[in-house]
Ligand binder design. Structure first.
Ligand SMILES: *[C@@H]1O[C@H](CO)[C@@H](O)[C@H](O)[C@H]1NC(C)=O
Ligand SMILES: *[C@@H]1O[C@H](CO)[C@@H](O)[C@H](O)[C@H]1NC(C)=O
Ligand SMILES: *[C@@H]1O[C@H](CO)[C@@H](O)[C@H](O)[C@H]1NC(C)=O
Ligand SMILES: *[C@@H]1O[C@H](CO)[C@@H](O)[C@H](O)[C@H]1NC(C)=O
Ligand SMILES: *[C@@H]1O[C@H](CO)[C@@H](O)[C@H](O)[C@H]1NC(C)=O
Length: 926
């Protein structure tokens, strides 16, 4: 078998493995030949390197078309044939250009759940669910079983049995279970890299690769070897963090199966001084066995409400262990000889109509009054007192309650007690990121340590899908629960141009008033928030820090108040609250302060309600002195305080703050009087910059932005405030595409020097592209197979067009305020609901990707056909643009059915001239 010179792209691994598995005798021979695997991995490594260098421009089908002939044997059956080339074309288009939430196949009892997917018994069927040693918790399985359980068994008071196993991705981790005999100790999870021979052994037993990304590392020059010190460190790490899974013995008794759902070891604490692929499995083990389980499950009802179900805290049982699947099947699949499909949609509908649905319907504590509810109409007005919170009063109120507190309430109460009694100097760091990961260029910082699930940033498409799923679920969560929270920092900046995050940004930032952070904490801290299963598969942990009553930077450990964390990747949305505090004003506010300081005075009129005298109000220097002779404090605490004092003294002389010479009490009072609120990283906003908040769309779903968003952005960024030919962080915004593009890709698509023969040349300069040039860019995109960019532009054209219209209205100088408000409301009501998802659900994409890889070698699909299909899509977008320019885009015509009449709202009819080069020089007016 000659593989030399053949490059096997990573995107092809799925296909290849699948193919290898169909040739079991061949594979076992091949796997004994180390050389085979080595070559394979080197090749994968090379192509991975290439993939990593390309970002948005990753070209899936181009790579997928590379021949596999070198690997085929004579006896190979012909690839699965699809008679109609038409179907294949449809699949291709679906895969890249259709974002509908639609599973490509069914999920069935025999075919899926009961068929062993890997390991020595691969392909065999177990007789019943009780005999499963592991399963892939497909959302269709989980939702069918859960919906039925809620209808049949749950009154609102019954806590739900829960295991992370059913709610997070354990696909690769499961492969360790059939290979468990090889895992003699826990060292495998704690080496700086994997023990390569053990990895080989495990993969041999499983018949599958244990992980995809970065495999090349294991076969560069022979295997990576451990040095003596690396072995010592590995053993120490494993020894201090890992124990034998004693629980699994009891579990074997229950099921009569040896080691169901267990690899034999339990990781009790995380150690990140290892490579991402090692840390990933360590963290999954920790998640499954050690990490506390959520307090509740919050299920979104689209974006208009939610259900909340308390979770049973004393043990962790997946749906087999708790018997939920068995009970469901008993009820739903009476005839076990029949094919049984998990039809989660009808089960979920049944739940929606049930009594259980009514009793589990969530009522938000703390948001009784209509005026406090966000997302009611075009504007959300905040109150000044939303920006101050009296936690001591809240503690009293909750402590005095005679009826027992819910799990959320008592967790919140404990947190407030802890926070108010802890001096800011000692507030422990709450959120942890695996910053120590090896060979990961500091990218660990963008992940929550607990939910890290591999080096996702090495797959840009997957990253975009995950981030999109996260932000749309979060926004739907906010609206469903009427929480006041708005886009901030980079997310607001990205929104400005096309209603989307910057595609190269790897998180989101939002802000909310401190009062609403408390509402969030009380109702949702430690809740697993899941997207409506009819719309997507997003699952996120809402987690609020333990020191939210401190509102200055303090010891610098806790700038972020809360996070919305993707449990399948560890990526997150940073949530920060704004509050009155004693922080020193920033220089941005110097002028405003000077203008108003006389009327405000220095008298202390307002005090921080959260400080306890002589406990948490002690200034640093005094605390430092007090600590010197106080043996109740540890040496570490003394050192920490000393460090803070030194830092303060060092920074003070160069500090430009206009309020640096005031006392903390005076500053609190001044900030209060001036309506200047800050987050713990000391970004200030003025009350009327944020209130009122304006309803808009972000990533195709409802969102809020501050009304003076231009002012806020100008305080933070230096980028020019215009709408055309903007370049930011080496990407250019192309007005005609309503998208950002990377420099190298733009140069390639413009083909100025005519280097690519099959591409047209763009003659205009990049900063002045005409619509005909934009058409050429799109066609070149199709011809050069820049498929990710093409699909990004195509799939986001609705939201970017929507934002375009909104800009025209918001910044118009023709309409009166009343007319603008009226039109913006109509835009939201008539066009807003038409926005389709801009990206696929990650899980659906995964399933389609697997299908596509199985079929893409079909000879019917040659490069020419694919290019033709791409060009159809490019033409689609070109037609869209030309209708938009010509004022005849059907998407923009809204029809409102009234009792008597139909009213048309044609937003085409209002091609409001905006001047792209200065439209953003001032705030919009409403
Ligand atoms: C690596 O794994 C092999 C096979 O299980 C084992 O014999 C060897 O001792 C391991 N090496 C280290 C350093 O743990
Ligand atoms: C593991 O830790 C224990 C103490 O917790 C110690 O007694 C033992 O020597 C350690 N073993 C190794 C191999 O480091
Ligand atoms: C949120 O929950 C965590 C975990 O129980 C707890 O440590 C933290 O203090 C809670 N935060 C709030 C504000 O309730
Ligand atoms: C706080 O301490 C000061 C002196 O250190 C003392 O005079 C004052 O009474 C104390 N206040 C309270 C409320 O304990
Ligand atoms: C600590 O105690 C020593 C003697 O025991 C004394 O000299 C010193 O002044 C004390 N320091 C403070 C800050 O109270």
């Amino acid at each position: 078998m000659d593989t030399s010179g053949t490059m096997i792209p990573r995107v092809f691994r799925g296909k290849m493995l699948h193919w290898l598995q169909r040739h079991a005798p061949f594979i076992s021979v091949a796997l004994h030949k180390r050389r085979f695997l080595s070559t394979l991995t080197i090749l994968v490594c090379i192509s991975l390197g290439i993939l990593f260098m390309q970002t948005l421009d990753k070209n899936v089908y181009d790579l997928a078309k590379l021949p596999l002939d070198g690997l085929r044997t004579d006896s190979e059956p012909s690839p699965p044939s699809i008679d109609a080339a038409h179907d294949l074309r449809q699949l291709y288009k679906k895969f890249h250009f259709d974002t509908a939430f639609e599973y490509p196949t069914s999920y069935e009892l025999q075919k899926d759940l009961l068929t062993i997917p890997f390991g020595p018994r691969k392909g065999q069927k177990v007789k019943s669910v009780d005999q499963l040693q592991f399963y892939d918790s497909d959302p269709r399985l989980v939702w069918s079983v859960l919906a039925d359980h809620l209808v049949e068994e749950a009154s609102s008071a019954t806590p739900l049995p829960f295991s992370w196993y059913d709610w997070a991705d354990f696909h690769d981790y499961n492969k360790l279970i059939p290979a468990r005999e090889s895992l003699q100790d826990c060292n495998f999870f704690f080496g700086v890299h994997f023990n390569a021979s053990l990895l080989m052994q495990i993969e041999h037993e499983t018949g599958e690769e244990l992980f995809g990304i970065d495999r090349g590392y294991y076969n560069t020059e022979g295997d990576p070897k451990f040095s003596e010190s690396e072995i010592t460190e590995m053993i120490q790490r494993a020894n201090s963090s890992c124990v034998i899974d004693s629980h699994s013995f009891a579990e074997s008794k229950r099921s009569g199966l040896s080691h169901a759902f267990s690899v034999g070891f339990v990781v009790q604490s995380l150690q990140d001084q290892v490579r991402p692929e090692v840390y990933r499995l360590q963290a999954r083990n920790h998640l499954l066995n050690t990490l506390s389980i959520p307090l509740s499950l919050t299920i979104l009802n689209r974006d208009s409400g939610a259900w909340q179900i308390p979770i049973k805290q004393d043990d962790r049982q997946n749906m087999v262990q708790s018997g939920m699947i068995q009970k469901y099947l008993k009820r739903a699949s009476k005839d076990s000889s029949k094919r049984f499909e998990f039809d989660y949609v009808s089960e979920f509908d049944r739940f929606c109509k049930s009594d259980a649905s009514k009793s589990l319907n969530l009522k938000i504590l703390g948001l009784q009054e209509e005026k406090d509810k966000a997302f009611n109409g075009l504007f959300t007005h905040l109150q000044e007192n939303d920006f101050e919170f009296d936690a001591l009063a809240k503690i009293e109120e909750l402590s005095a309650r005679t009826e027992s507190l819910s799990a959320h309430e008592s967790s919140y109460l404990n947190s407030l007690l802890f926070s108010t009694q802890t001096h800011f100097a000692f507030a422990p760091k709450y959120f942890h990121e695996p910053g120590g990961l090896k060979d990961f260029q500091q990218l660990g910082r963008h992940h929550d340590a607990r939910f890290f699930n591999g080096a996702i940033f090495r797959d840009p498409k997957e990253t975009l899908l995950r981030l999109n799923s996260m932000v749309i679920t979060f926004q739907k969560f906010l609206k469903a629960n009427h929480l006041s929270c708005w886009l901030a920092h980079g997310s607001l900046f990205g929104y400005l141009y096309n209603g989307l995050n910057f595609p190269w940004d790897n998180d989101f930032d939002v802000q909310m008033p401190i009062g609403h952070l408390h509402i969030l904490a009380l109702n949702f801290n430690q809740s697993l928030v899941v997207e409506d299963p009819r719309e997507g598969n997003g699952r996120f942990l809402l987690d609020v820090g333990s020191s939210i009553t401190h509102r200055t930077q303090g010891n610098g450990n806790n700038n972020i108040d809360a996070r919305f964390i993707d449990v399948d990747s560890g990526l997150y949305i940073d949530i920060t609250a704004l509050s009155v505090s004693s922080a020193m004003l920033s220089t941005h506010d110097a002028v405003y302060f000077q203008q108003n300081k006389d009327s405000v005075g220095t008298e202390v009129k307002h005090r921080d309600p959260n400080l306890i005298a002589n406990v948490t109000d002690t200034p640093l220097q005094i605390l430092y002195n007090k600590l010197q002779n106080d043996t109740t404090y540890s040496d570490q605490e003394r050192r920490d305080v000393q460090g803070l004092v030194e830092k303060f003294n060092k920074d003070f002389p160069s500090n430009q703050s206009p309020t640096k010479f005031y006392s903390a009490e005076q500053r609190y009072s001044i900030n209060h009087e001036l309506g200047l609120y800050n987050c713990r990283n000391h970004h200030f906003v003025q009350y009327d910059m944020v209130s009122k908040l304006v309803a808009t769309k972000f990533h195709g779903v409802s969102a809020l932005v501050p009304n003076k968003y231009i002012t806020l952005l100008k305080r933070e960024y230096r980028a020019p405030m215009k709408f055309n030919a903007v370049t930011f962080q080496s990407r250019t915004f192309i007005e005609g595409l309503r998208s950002w593009i990377q420099g190298p890709l733009l140069r390639k698509l413009m083909n100025v020097a005519g280097r690519s023969e099959n591409l047209e040349r763009v003659k205009s300069p990049a900063n002045n592209l005409l619509s005909i040039d934009v058409d050429i860019l799109l066609k070149n995109c199709a011809r050069s197979n820049s498929i990710d960019f093409l699909s990004y532009v195509h799939n986001s054209k609705e939201i970017s067009t929507y934002r375009r219209k909104e800009i025209e209205l918001q910044f118009s100088e023709i309409y009166s305020i009343e007319e603008k408000q009226f039109l913006l409301q109509k835009l939201d009501a008539n066009i807003g609901p038409r926005l389709k998802p801009i990206m696929e659900d990650p899980r659906i994409n995964d399933l389609r990707k697997r299908m596509w890889h199985e079929l893409s070698s079909d000879p019917e699909l040659n490069d020419e056909i694919l290019m033709e299909l791409n060009l159809e899509v490019a033409d689609d977008t070109i037609a869209w643009n030309s209708l938009l320019d010509g004022g005849a885009l059907p998407f923009l015509v809204g029809v409102e059915e009234r009792e008597q009449a139909r009213e048309n709202y044609d937003f085409n009819l209002r091609p409001l001239a905006i001047n792209p080069s200065n439209v953003f020089i001032r705030d919009p007016t409403f």
